[in-house]
Design a protein. Sequence first.
Length: 253
Amino acid sequence: MFPYHGTMRYFIELAYDGTNYHGWQIQPNGASVQETVQSALSTVLRQPIEIVGAGRTDTGVHAARMFAHFDAPEIGDLSLLENKLSKLLPPDIAVYRVFPVRDEAHARFDALYRTYQYRVITRKDPFLCHYAWRVIFPLDFDRMNEAAKILFEYTDFTSFSKLHTDVKTNNCRIMRAEWAQVGTYEWVFTIQADRFLRNMVRAIVGTLIEVGRGKLSLEGFRKVIEQKDRCAAGSSVPGNALSLVDVGYPDDY
């Protein structure tokens, strides 16, 4: 039993393997991470709890570091809450921290940036097959990095957005975008921006892959962005190789 005093806002830091979920956001006909965590919190705190996430990961996408907020009566023992949540949640969702924040703090709107990573392997690996995409064709990663630099010159990424979304703008500020080799047969694409559109990272990676295969020139990549047409970009790559790895907030958080 938790000693309650007044209502407060809390942030929760968590991670999850998205394999068994239809993304973060609650879905009418499928399991979601948001619903699973919300249900566990409601059970432990013995009252209905709603949580708001820092973003919405797609079906099968993972998160190594995700944040969400919720409101609840003041909780006297946060470590006890963390332990109870750990026991109640399934093995593929972990809660690392629950901590109080100011009342107006918002997990989504106050985030300064999000960082995603997409993992590619160039040979079959049974230990990475669930978390990386195996490519069976040669790729010019240097050329792909040249194309990635072009992203910094633009803010409107309509060409990489899922169609018919409810956002007011398709503008994003990309702060980092680069491929790096992390193993003999393993490459990681890291991209950081103030916000991301639905399906944006997977569409960008798919289009960069076209550059790496020699099917799209650097100028062609630029034209894809400028056309502001999803049909102009490459196919979306599989979601299982994508992970949200960080969310940044102001220092006073």
